[in-house]
Ligand binder design. Sequence first.
Ligand SMILES: O=C[C@H](O)[C@H](O)COP(=O)(O)O
Ligand SMILES: C=C(OP(=O)(O)O)C(=O)O
Length: 349
Amino acid sequence: MTDLRIENLNIIAEETIITPDELKKQFPLSDVATKTVLDGQNAVKRILHKKDKRLLVVVGPCSIHDIDAAKAYAQKLKKLANEVSDTIYLVMRVYFEKPRTTVGWQGLINDPYLDDSCKVEDGLKLARELLLHVAELGLPAAGEALDIVTPQYIQDLFSWTAIGARTTESQSHRNMASGLSSVVGFKNGTKGSIDIAINARASVAAPHNFVSINPEGKVAVVKTKGNPNSHIILRGGKEPNYSSKHIAEYEADLRKSGLEPRIMIDCSHANSAKKAANQSLVLDDLAQQISEGNESIMGVMIESNLEFGCQKLTSDTSSLKYGVSITDECIGWDETEKLLRELREKLKA
Ligand SMILES: O=C[C@H](O)[C@H](O)COP(=O)(O)O
Ligand SMILES: C=C(OP(=O)(O)O)C(=O)O
């Protein structure tokens, strides 16, 4: 018999999950966590608007795949954050959502057991529990908002948010980011286009209306008033784009668009040719530019983990090495500590 179906031809299953309100009831914000996020959001806003002269450093694993390792990393980072806090404001990269060039593991929320079982509800619970743990240490957290619905579940625990290179030009992401309470950074495109990040800044500052879900999990039209707190992130494209020549050009582009030139530089991705060992070269160059008087560099991003490098995710997850990234290469903890202490000395000088 002819199959007469005209929709859902490619859908295998649909499963309803916990609502944002229910998840927040299970993992409520404590007073300490609330204070961490509020202080974190405000500190980043002050840095963005030049009311705080410190350099914002977003540092941490390329992706979180092991909760215990992430907690151990957060513990170390909190100590270092206190040590360098006179010149550097540290925010931990707690990235749960990974965009892929083609296909691959899409992060802890999408697939928490790393085995394609894709237990998203468990992923959301693990993510919220870890974010609460980090906030209760007094450490602010940074995330990439890749999925446009999951912010309803966890965004109250982030002090800074990125929109990635593959989604900066997306209307849905700009709509969603216009409603975020934190500062939002827009990456340049994977091929190096800066105009999409500049346009995203203009877009995100404006009010938007879009379909999403509300805290009770019902489909809702969300109306935003626009997010006035944004900046661009240089992550390299066909080639690195952090040199003083590149930065001067982008400062001029931002000014031409009527935007304050506020720029974060990602030491990883195409700026390091995805080689973790190159991140220190980028950081050195930026420290030099700042000491020579550059005032638009407001932040840097570093991909760092407990251990150097990366490892392939295989079906035998029990063979994974502790503290090693399963996505992009990261620098290890010892180097992270050394680089940030040196950066502090250079900035002080
Ligand atoms: O930061 C992570 C990766 O660069 C990004 O998710 C793309 O990864 P892929 O090219 O390995 O898919
Ligand atoms: C995916 C990331 O970066 P980009 O969007 O620049 O590729 C990231 O920072 O994890």
